[in-house]
Design a protein around this ligand. Sequence first.
Ligand code: ADP
Ligand code: ZN
Ligand code: ZN
Length: 744
Amino acid sequence: MHRKGKALSELDLQPDSPPASPSLSVEVALDVPLWTTFHYLTEQPLLRGQRVQVSFGSRRMCGVVTNSFNENKDYAFRMKHVGEAFDELPPLPEDFLALVNFAASYYHHPFGQTLFTALPTALREPRAVRLADRQVWQLTPAGRAAVIPPRHKVRFALWQALSQGDLTPEAVRELAPGGAAILRQWQQDGWVRRATPAAGAAQVQGAMPLTAEQQAAFDTIQSAKAPCKPWVLHGVTGSGKTEVYLHLIEQQLRAGRQVLVLVPEINLTPQLIGRFVQRFPQTPLALLHSNVADGERLNAWVDAWQGRARIVIGTRLAVFTPLPELGMVIVDEEHDGSFKQQDGLRYHARDLAVWRAHRAGVPIVLGSATPCLETLANVEAGRYRRLVLAERAHRSASLPQVRLLDVRRVRRSEGMCDEVMAALAERVRKRELSLVYINRRGFAPVVACTECGWISGCPRCSAKLVVHLLERKLRCHHCGWEEPVPHVCPECGNTDIKPLGEGTQRLEAALARALPGARILRIDRDTTQRREAWHEIYRQVQSGEVDILVGTQMLAKGHDFGALSLVVILNADGALYSADFRASERLFAQLMQVAGRAGRADRPGEVLLQTQWPEHPLYQALVAHDFDHYARVLLDERRQAGFPPATFQAQLRADAPTLAEATAFLQDIRARLAPQAQQAGVMLCGPAPALMVRLANRERAQLVLESAERSGLHQLLNHLTVWLPEQASGRGLRWSLDVDPQET
Ligand code: ADP
Ligand code: ZN
Ligand code: ZN
């Protein structure tokens, strides 16, 4: 038996441990890739959720207390002491820890790493943080009665400003340098005091009367009794979904609740924020996205947590923000890929938001013109409820006319047929804004026959085979099947078979040559790197300095350019042949969205789409503006092929200096997992090389775990993660686990 207490502490020679008397022990979560928490000693009682500084190996790290034991530990002599406990903030709230815990177990990611992913960067460091001073200066009755001679200019200005209303420290700084010193003096004189600002009344400005459809959606959501299922607000582009959100938010603010609004990275524009600020000019709003500087983000996060911010707008990372008075969650453009994090903790913010709203017992609204198939499957299964906005909100705005231009037998110059050129030229002449859209999302080439339309498919699974020209091989990236590239079409014997779907290059230059005098603006990742870039783009568009916008999917999202009269879509076909089974869903959503950019204001819009496959059901659905029909086709295809959302997937990825090493590792995993997989009803597919095999001098492969039941899959992942890290160690490889992967 060990003796307890002081004697043992004295044996502890760790430099961190003060020679203090009976120690308590706490469990601490750290940002390390291990599936465990760590025990430390402490003299003072610590609270669950409190941040501390501890040493771990040779490092000082920030930790978060997850448990405290009010007893001494027998093995205390081996334990280190907590270095420092931070108390500038209250302990992290239980709701937050519960969400982290759920995310860790759902994504099978270490709890500590999950927790630190959820925290703003500033709180991940082993040091105290400095928070913005949110208190205001306020005149006391004595201060009001004071008489300040106007010749004391600074004092008089300060006093005057204070008589109008409370001043924040920033306002004081702006008003009078040195004002802070004066105020401290006045505080001693009893003229002013520090006060917590009163929450502004939910003042609303410029709300529009809702259309009948909007009103119906609003009423349904508003009158539903809690707990209610997630709402899917399925509204065509321009149907006024945002207006519905604003009305719902208004109700929440009036009821004294906070609202969380998640939007895709690309949609968090000054324009969108402006709409919220104009509608609720007095309501404190916190903005959270990866481009907000660390200090600012910390303050926004804390404002939300302390209930000062009433509306939180942010990208996926905002889903973790603690909100003590959360009343509603809104996820705009819920289909958007940016809600899924693609490294570290590979979470999907929409899915976490749904869990969070459910746990908090508050409504959640998932809005989109093109809900993703997972969401539609949830509607079908009765787990979510759909509300439809079928009409555009603007009285005069109607849906654009979509025309398919069959370019199989038409002469094209620089990738554009004459009809497109003529349409563009006409708009330039009339000084109307056009948009030329190029689909350039990475897709892997497959081979097809130009005569009969045969496409290389995998004989073992329903994926398409991808060409690897150097090795002259066709490969399945789902199951690993390989075969040589055929010389003639296996269906019709035609010798003209070739890889499909190269991107359109040099388009901007080609347009400039063909339409001299047209003012062309290219929009892509490069030209919009800086946040202010959008400001400039809007300014140019709004002041009529642009004739043609040229761009990629960046343009497909929710940008409202007003009078857009023509949309040209050039090389959409490529995605139809993609090896990624989600490619046609994405293409369809993108085309629906991009077509939705046309004719928003009082001019009818026109959409011209060049294709070699005009009879394809995707394009036919686009012409008919029939989202539901094609979504149904896609869902049926997925069911037949056994792909999500009909099944549930997890992907184990590995990369190593050579493909052989990565594959061998996954092969070992597969062999070890096979018996349990069979028991749990989980299919193992692969290992197969990744679509992009080589990246940064490493080669990548993957093993897909697929199951008709979520529970079986998760059961198997629980087994796997017990021995996976050890199996991988010492092999010079990296691995990651992706639950509900979005990329093939
Ligand atoms: P969505 O978010 O569905 O794309 P928005 O909310 O941005 O649609 O609305 C599209 C356009 O219609 C905007 O210009 C908006 O001001 C206008 N709008 C929305 N609701 C109404 C309404 N009830 N009455 C008049 N105009 C509206
Ligand atoms: Zn053929
Ligand atoms: Zn296959």
